[in-house]
Design a protein around this ligand. Structure first.
Ligand code: UD1
Length: 430
């Protein structure tokens, strides 16, 4: 089993280029099912979740051809709906987008309920509510979701989301694009990836308006056509490297970003004493002049501070002087990683969705595990800020969502490497 070994305590310097956004790329790739034509998707991140999505498309009968490392050509003219292999559907959360896309195009779908990171209960009731409002019959039996439209097809409807859900907003959008008439999604998620999916669909000939606000209107069209489309940069990957810079007191440029998407992250870093300069398509991080300052953080749907940046900022709060409070406002159980940081010497108490962090204690090296994708990124940040060698296990979580993390950090001077055997862990990390 591969691990990551980090000899921390070094400053980082130079520039890291961010890849395409995982959580936009997945629904756009699976959204090509709706198109029934040839699409070229550019700026894909090189991560295992993308390979899983392409495997799903191939298994359904699509023709999938990599043009280069980050560009794929997909032809979904001939799809066999309802044939996603169980294990592939279970391998990631975003597999639920197959259901919205198949239902939208064929009026029928069947897939295993999705997997993904374990943050406690991850219901799909809002997806189902949306599909049913469009007229579909939906059954969830033995871990499989089966949907079928009435003989006359899906019909546009007004849907009020009881909870702000990225996945349900996008999935309903996918299902409604070819439905008859107007669909209105109220209390919709406003994340940049929702907007990116809407832009992709509109480029293909859909009629979606309001994405980025909490009311999205989808006027059904008869048919979509193939396009070439480039995915937006990954704000969570960017934010993760911004935190790595702040945790190590480094000056770093994060290139290929949309600074607007990073505002909540930049605001928190500045509150802690770091400085973030907007360079248009990059941000430059300057270290805090004194020790990092304690702050309180609550994760929220966009434009609030993102839940997918919860573990990373927790590392900074451990380094900041004083007591900070980190409240999780999206997921039921996002603090599984805390015990790993405690293993590194952190003082954190979790009560339900709130963590109280007594900061200002340096981390000590340890062997730690990634409990999920973003938790894995947090372990790397903590290790970079720790004198001595930290070994990080279960890195397959990191590989699901961060392209070339080790190489990117080596490129800015980190002493980090992937290791295969425990014996390597005491040696120089690079
Ligand atoms: C997506 C992201 C994930 C991120 C999350 C919130 C992908 C593949 N994953 O997950 O990284 O943490 O957005 O930004 O894009 N909920 C319900 N019923 C539903 C759906 C969701 O109650 O039918 C609840 C969830 O339990 C959670 C909240 O809504 O408490 C937000 O979940 P949602 O936005 O749907 O997350 P995902 O789209 O699954």
């Amino acid at each position: 089993m591969e691990k990551i070994s980090v000899r921390g305590g070094r400053k980082l310097h130079g520039s890291i280029t961010v890849g395409g956004m995982k959580n936009a790329a997945l629904p756009i790739l699976l959204g090509t099912i709706l198109v029934g034509d040839r699409c070229v998707i550019e700026n894909l991140p090189e991560i295992s979740d993308i390979r899983s999505a392409l495997d799903i498309l191939s298994s359904l009968g699509a023709t999938v051809r990599m043009i280069d490392r980050t560009t794929v050509e997909i032809d979904t003219s001939n799809i066999r709906p309802g044939t996603t292999p169980y294990d592939l559907a279970r391998s990631m959360r975003a597999s639920y987008y197959v259901v919205g896309a198949e239902l939208g195009r064929y009026g029928t779908s069947r897939a295993a309920c999705p997997g993904g990171c374990d943050f406690g209960v991850r219901p799909i009731d809002q997806h189902i509510k949306g599909f049913e409002a469009l007229g579909a019959k939906v059954d969830v039996v033995d871990g499989c979701i089966t949907c079928s439209a009435p003989p006359e097809g899906l019909t546009g409807a007004s849907i009020y989301m009881d909870i702000v859900s990225v996945g349900a907003t996008i999935n309903i959008m996918l299902a409604a694009v070819l439905a008859d008439g107007m669909t209105v999604i109220d209390n919709a998620a406003r994340e940049p990836h929702v907007v990116d999916v809407a832009n992709f669909l509109n480029t293909c000939g859909a009629d979606v308006s309001g994405a980025g606000t909490d009311v999205i209107k989808i006027r059904g069209v008869k048919k979509l056509h193939g396009v070439t489309y480039a995915i937006i940069p990954d704000m969570i990957e960017a934010g993760t490297y911004m935190m790595a810079a702040a945790a190590t007191g480094s000056e770093l440029t994060i290139a290929n970003v949309i600074p607007k998407h990073l505002e909540s992250i930049s605001a928190k870093l500045e509150e802690m004493g770091a400085k973030v300069e907007d360079l248009g398509d990059a941000v430059h991080i300057y270290p805090s002049e004194g020790p990092l300052r304690r702050i309180n953080v609550k994760t929220m749907p966009y434009p609030g501070y993102p839940t997918d940046m919860n573990p990373q900022i927790c590392v900074l709060l451990c380094l900041a002087r004083g007591t900070s409070i980190l409240t999780e406002g999206v997921w039921e159980n996002r603090f599984k990683y805390v015990e790993e940081l405690v293993r590194m010497g952190a003082s954190i108490t979790v009560d339900g969705r709130t963590a109280v962090i007594q900061g200002g204690r340096p981390f000590r090296p340890a062997t730690v595990k990634c409990s999920d994708l973003r938790a894995g990124a947090a372990m790397v940040i903590a290790a970079l800020a720790t004198d001595g060698v930290t070994v990080i296990e279960n890195i397959y979580h990191i590989e699901r969502g961060y392209e070339h993390l080790v190489e990117k950090l080596q490129g800015v001077g980190a002493d980090i490497k992937t290791i295969d055997t425990p014996e390597d862990s005491g040696q120089s990390a690079v």
